[in-house]
Ligand binder design. Structure first.
Ligand code: AMP
Ligand code: ZN
Ligand code: FE
Ligand code: FE
Length: 287
């Protein structure tokens, strides 16, 4: 079974790549994409962890990423599958640095509002997100729960909310393609800036190659609509549980755990093909 969207402690997941792999094995996952926010720091550990289960259990790790971009003033996430790490490293450093600057700004705003916090320790190569800040607010005794932190301070438009640094969805798509990665719009129906159909009219010409059809935040009719758009625009269909580890009741994917959709491995083949095709293009070869 195929699981193409999950997070580790290298971004805002709560399981290390090794722990995530153990859970994937237990859940019967055969292909697992590591898609941390704006970092590929978790791949190596996940690949090494998967190796320890061979030959008894074969788990293939798909290198992936979830890029944070802005579209119409709202955050829009783009998954990228099979980026070339050498090409990706440079542009990604800037994205990760932007997340650190943003986290620092939120810490400063919280301090000025009377909520001093200490950021949790992150593994080297990891990037911070709002869930880390929310957890720090809980640890500091300022709020009851992560959910409370979002509701009162960190949610979109709240007092300590800071948007991502400017980086458009179109730029994100282009960056992924230049790194040989297949760009897929993540959880499209959670986007708050415009109707999905309108956004597609901008992102398809920009080079979008797929839609995350199966996501815990999508209703059955959302999924049907997304599949129709895949057929109409000739886009790849992907899916995953957007798992961040156990224990966060706010996120549907975390409640149900890995392998929620039991997707067939066959979905991976066209993604692999598209990634190989991208790497044959002349701009991929250029420095
Ligand atoms: P960021 O990319 O840093 O803006 O953080 C976004 C992350 O925060 C996503 O993974 C969301 O699932 C998570 N998130 C959003 N709202 C909440 C909430 N109310 N409680 C817990 N996590 C949330
Ligand atoms: Zn996340
Ligand atoms: Fe996301
Ligand atoms: Fe995600």
């Amino acid at each position: 079974m195929l699981e193409l969207h999950c997070h580790t402690t290298f971004s805002d997941g709560t399981l290390t790549p090794t722990e995530l792999v153990a859970e994937a094995v237990q859940r019967g996952v055969r292909v697992l994409a590591i898609t941390d926010h704006d970092t590929c720091g978790g791949w190596q550990e996940a690949i090494a962890a998967a190796d320890t289960y061979r030959p008894d259990y074969d788990l293939t790790i798909v290198p992936g990423i979830e890029l944070s971009t802005m579209h119409l003033g709202r955050s829009l996430h783009i998954l990228g599958f099979y980026p070339d790490p050498k090409t990706l490293d440079g542009p990604l450093l800037e994205r990760a640095a932007g997340r650190w600057r943003r986290a620092q700004k939120m810490v400063e705003i919280l301090e000025s509002l009377g909520y001093p916090i200490e950021m949790p320790k992150l593994p080297s190569g990891a990037v911070p997100g709002r869930p880390h800040i929310a957890q720090a607010l809980v640890n500091g005794g300022h709020v009851e729960s992560v959910n409370d932190a979002f509701r009162s301070l960190l949610g979109d438009g709240k007092a300590a909310y800071v948007p991502y640094e400017p980086f458009s969805a179109e730029e994100g798509i282009q960056m992924l393609r230049q790194c040989g990665a297949v760009p897929v719009w993540a959880h499209a129906f959670l986007f708050k800036g415009d109707k999905v159909g309108n956004v597609l009219k901008a992102l398809v010409p920009a080079g979008l190659m797929g839609l995350e059809v199966h996501h815990p935040g999508h209703s059955v009719s959302d999924q049907r609509q997304l599949q129709e758009w895949c057929d109409q625009y000739d886009l790849l269909a992907t899916g995953g549980s957007d798992y961040h580890g156990p224990g966060n009741k706010h996120r549907a994917g975390d409640r149900t755990g890995l392998n929620r959709f039991e997707l067939p491995i066959e979905l991976l083949l066209p993604i692999q093909k598209a990634a190989a095709q991208l790497k044959k293009q002349p701009e991929f070869a250029s420095p």
